[in-house]
Ligand binder design. Structure first.
Ligand SMILES: [Mg+2]
Length: 234
């Protein structure tokens, strides 16, 4: 029998296993219907731009999560000249729509099911506690993870070293040798791994250009990831 190492895999949620982009699009189009706002698809595109920029600022520590909840819709409505909506109400409805999403990245479910048999899987996400917990449940992916580490409830966020130290301490990892972070973001997942001495695997389905922040490994799809994990566990 071949001896296989048991790996500790820290796995990002959004756009790594959960399909954030399409969930966000669905949630905004539904929101437009709920609040009688014209232009569903275009509004979704605009929101995507605003939301991405705000989460980038969050990663840099420039704004708080609570500020994002308000500011992203404030900016969206200012752009379209919409003045008659209650931003807090709209924000709540958006997060509820997101929480109900079941969209998954292609290949993720099969990978998680198989990997969870041989390795210890933990989810590490910068999202919102209630939304992420509900999405993990609705999508059926939650059961493959031993635990979810969500930045909102930890009061720490990727890519900070403290976030990963807190996760590793809770898991009880002493040796980083067999620990890997897998994620689609160079600035939060790969940078976080670099900050905390964890080996990094970039899930790069989008062919992001790699410049300053360099992962140890790069995969383009789940087939490649499964193969890599198999090699690493030899
Ligand atoms: Mg991600």
């Amino acid at each position: 029998m071949i001896f296989m190492k048991r790996l500790t895999l820290l796995i990002d949620a959004d756009d790594t296993v959960l399909d954030f982009k399409n969930s966000e699009r669905d949630a905004i189009i539904e929101l437009c219907e709920q609040f009688c706002i014209d232009g569903g698809e275009a509004v979704a595109d605009k929101f995507k731009q605003i939301n991405r920029r705000m989460w980038d600022m969050f990663e840099l520590g420039l704004i708080t999560r609570e500020e994002i909840f308000y500011s992203r819709f404030e900016e969206l409505f200012a752009f379209y000249g919409i003045e008659d909506k209650n931003i807090l109400e709209v924000g709540d409805a958006y997060r509820e729509n997101m929480a109900r999403s079941r969209r998954i990245i292609k290949g993720a479910r099969a990978f998680l099911r198989r990997a969870s048999l041989d390795h210890d899987l933990y989810c590490v996400t910068n999202g919102i506690t209630r939304t992420q917990k509900m999405r993990m449940k609705s999508s059926g992916l939650g059961k493959y993870f031993k635990k979810l580490y969500i930045s909102q409830e930890m009061n720490l966020a990727k890519p900070s070293k403290e976030f990963f130290q807190c996760v590793l301490a809770d898991i009880g990892v002493v040796d980083l040798q067999d620990v890997y972070i897998i994620g689609d973001s160079l600035t939060s997942d790969v940078q976080g791994g670099i900050n905390s001495g964890i080996k990094t695997i970039l899930y790069n389905a989008e062919n992001k250009q790699i410049k300053d922040i360099r992962p140890d490994y790069e995969v383009k799809n789940y087939r490649q990831l499964e193969k890599l994990i198999f090699e690493l566990s030899k």
